[in-house]
Design a protein around this ligand. Sequence first.
Ligand SMILES: NC(=O)c1ccc[n+]([C@@H]2O[C@H](COP(=O)([O-])OP(=O)(O)OC[C@H]3O[C@@H](n4cnc5c(N)ncnc54)[C@H](OP(=O)(O)O)[C@@H]3O)[C@@H](O)[C@H]2O)c1
Length: 325
Amino acid sequence: MSSGSTKRLQDAINSGETLPYGLGCAFLSGRREKAQSVRLVHAALDAGITYFDTARLYAEGQSEAVLGEALKERRDSVFLASKAGIWPTEISFSDRVQGKALHVLRGKAPFLRGALPEPKVHRPVFGKFAPEDIRVSVETSLRALKTDHLDLLLLHECETQQIRDEAVLDTLRNLKREGKIGDYGSATQPDTTLEIDRIAPPDLSVLQFKNSLQGVTLDSLGATARMKIVHSLLGETFSRFHSFVAARGGGDPLVQESGFDPQDRRSWGAAMIGFAARRTHGGLALFSTTRPETIAATVELSSNLSEEAENAIAHLISQFVQAQA
Ligand SMILES: NC(=O)c1ccc[n+]([C@@H]2O[C@H](COP(=O)([O-])OP(=O)(O)OC[C@H]3O[C@@H](n4cnc5c(N)ncnc54)[C@H](OP(=O)(O)O)[C@@H]3O)[C@@H](O)[C@H]2O)c1
């Protein structure tokens, strides 16, 4: 384990000084939704969240810019994580105007559709892990976030090949030495994460991954000394899990033990966040929302998960997994 910012963060989480939740900033946007995005960040701060996860990729690079603006008075009291490895596509002004014009024309004059060109598809560029690309990415993130350092840099959707690459590792170590990043880790697929944990040097101090309700990755990573950060807890599998719980109803002993209304999807969502955060043992659970007014309640419920509720949820998850098999 590195003695850098990850260790300080883990200590703060373990001592209860820092909440084990982070705001996922993939939904932040800088255009028409900018004011709402700033409100989201401020609502997270008001709820006690001090960890923010963004990426060069998110919202075509705008997530970092909005986050930087929303946090400009609070930089020193938050932990900023961003990612390198996927570049958002730069959309030129003329392409943007042309795309918008085509969109409007298609809507207003459907009979012209056949005659109109298809709008250009802009795709992000993956696999940008060459040392110079990582450096350019970090410098761009720093400018966008209006800061002189990232607390954490994650290799976005990397493969084991990058973790074995001394040139990549040297770049990360040099960026840390220069004070531009606090620590570094990976943010990639669960299977690749397991392999990375096996082969990476100890200074790669963070593993970020999608947690499945089945818990395969978190359970398999049980013994690692690296910090675990989980995300995508509220997607499609959670929806199926909630339907499973709702169908059992309030008369079910495990549902009763949980203390949650089986129909209240948001409470179960908060429970999933608290449940996953505890299973990271000093790590973090990330979540996203488009609704600032819900963040405080989500944090409150996640943080107050009783041991009884946790046990009941563990049993419900295991029964859900068996039912799916
Ligand atoms: N490779 C990577 O490292 C990687 C990949 C994916 C994600 N991430 C990070 O993880 C963050 C979170 O992941 P995510 O955005 O995929 O998904 P998520 O947090 O699992 O799901 C977001 C969805 O959950 C809903 N939600 C929020 N609070 C809820 C609650 N208490 N109960 C039920 N539903 C709730 C939100 O709807 P409302 O808007 O209606 O609240 C939103 O639609 C991302 O923003 C990103 O920072 C990282």
